[in-house]
Design a protein around this ligand. Structure first.
Ligand SMILES: [Zn+2]
Length: 214
């Protein structure tokens, strides 16, 4: 599969103002940003950030997200406990929102990131367009990722209101925020154009920046 890209045509795009430059320039002459044909160290950074986010998701789901302090004593609950609590108490809507924002979305985003990395590594060019669609979805969701945090706050508020108990966030909240932030940065560091770079094009990209092609 062959298509024209900035690499085959020896150009580089400014990611900030979208001006196309000939290869060999280091900074954009319109906005002054540094120019790179591909985001530097995109694959290594995406891998390490995605793996770190995955590791943080383990304590985020296994440790208590909130601790309810009442006269009866302390009662700690994980995210899933919160979901089950709302489902059992006739608040299926809230339960589903929490499940989607706190469990489904974080795992979906990381699964997509790993899939995109595999497209690049295994050179599945025929999957590149599908991969780009998935990338746009997780990039769009990224803007709403803090929704996950708001859901936790909402959950704390609702339980506090209903039980008249004191609620503090558990250690899972910190791990969860770390996982969410690392996933956002991992998505930003990934360069979706890598999926479209065929072997021939990648070879020409190994030329050091600043070498002007004849
Ligand atoms: Zn620019």
């Amino acid at each position: 599969m062959r298509w024209k890209t900035d690499i085959t045509t020896h150009r580089q795009l400014c990611l900030h103002c979208r001006k196309l430059h000939p290869l060999g320039r280091h900074t954009c002459d319109r906005c002054g940003s540094r120019l790179h044909q591909r985001k530097p160290h995109a694959i290594a950074l995406t891998w390490s950030l995605a793996v770190a986010a995955t590791i943080f998701l383990v304590p985020a789901n296994l440790l208590p997200m909130m601790v309810v302090r009442s006269i009866a004593g302390d009662d700690a609950g994980t995210i899933m406990d919160g979901v089950i609590y709302f489902l059992e108490h006739g608040e299926a809507g809230i339960g589903i929102v929490i499940f989607t924002a706190s469990i489904f979305v974080p795992f979906f985003k990381l699964t997509v990131l790993y899939y995109l990395l595999f497209i690049v590594h295994l050179k599945r060019y025929h999957k590149a367009r599908f991969g780009l669609k998935l990338y746009r979805i997780i990039h769009f969701i990224g803007k709403w990722s803090m929704l996950d945090i708001f859901v936790v706050v909402l959950m704390v508020g609702i339980v506090q209101f209903k039980n008249l108990a004191t609620i503090v966030t558990g250690p899972a909240a910190v791990a969860f925020m770390a996982a969410v932030l690392l996933t956002i940065v991992a998505t930003e560091r990934f360069d979706p154009r890598l999926m479209f770079d065929t072997e021939l094009q990648v070879a020409s990209d190994t030329n050091p920046q600043g070498v002007t092609h004849a």
